[in-house]
Design a binder for this molecule. Structure first.
Ligand SMILES: CC(C)(COP(=O)(O)OP(=O)(O)OC[C@H]1O[C@@H](n2cnc3c(N)ncnc32)[C@H](O)[C@@H]1OP(=O)(O)O)[C@@H](O)C(=O)NCCC(=O)NCCS
Length: 137
């Protein structure tokens, strides 16, 4: 098994956690200059955030709000993006998730930069798409 170019602990705020999601943007995800569309990144962030939300909710969730979203650095085709999603707050039916996105710019190099951070709120929903209380932990 080839060694990872950089231990996960390199990601400053994530300790040794594994990413929730990893994905590499392709040509179709970018404009003619190779800049990845912000909307594509937002979609991936929403998917990453929904993963711990769905697990904690024990079933389906709906995104009710994007509370904050900051694009800190540009993202280009071919970057390896790692998404780290952490539940930061729970309510009766809702969960708020912080998502941080790090980019490895060159596949064989260790340099990693934080490119995006966001906070989203999800609501646990029932079969009728109505809010339902979160199950006990
Ligand atoms: C999500 C949805 C089911 C919530 O239904 P609702 O009747 O508005 O729910 P409520 O007003 O009872 O609020 C439910 C929870 O969401 C929270 N909430 C509602 N709006 C919020 C907002 N703008 N920001 C943060 N939290 C919010 C409430 O505080 C409540 O949390 P709590 O139960 O933990 O106290 C409904 O709004 C919906 O279906 N929205 C569309 C979802 C969707 O399609 N998402 C994808 C968009 S592409």
């Amino acid at each position: 098994m080839p060694k990872s170019p950089r231990p996960a602990s390199f990601f400053p705020s994530m300790g040794s956690h594994e990413p929730t999601l990893r994905v590499m943007p392709q040509v179709a995800d970018a404009n003619i200059h190779g800049d990845v569309f912000g909307g594509w990144i937002m979609a991936q962030v929403d998917i990453a955030g929904s993963i711990p939300a769905t697990r904690r909710a024990g079933g389906r969730v709906a995104t009710v709000a994007v509370n904050a979203f900051t694009f800190r650095q540009p993202v280009f085709v071919g970057y390896l993006l790692s998404f780290y999603a952490t539940i930061v707050k729970t309510g009766n039916t809702s969960l708020t998730v912080a998502v941080e996105v790090y980019a490895q710019r060159q596949r064989m190099e260790a340099e990693v930069v934080k490119v995006t951070e966001a906070t989203l709120t999800y609501v646990a929903t029932d079969d009728n798409r109505k809010p339902r209380p979160l199950p006990p932990e």
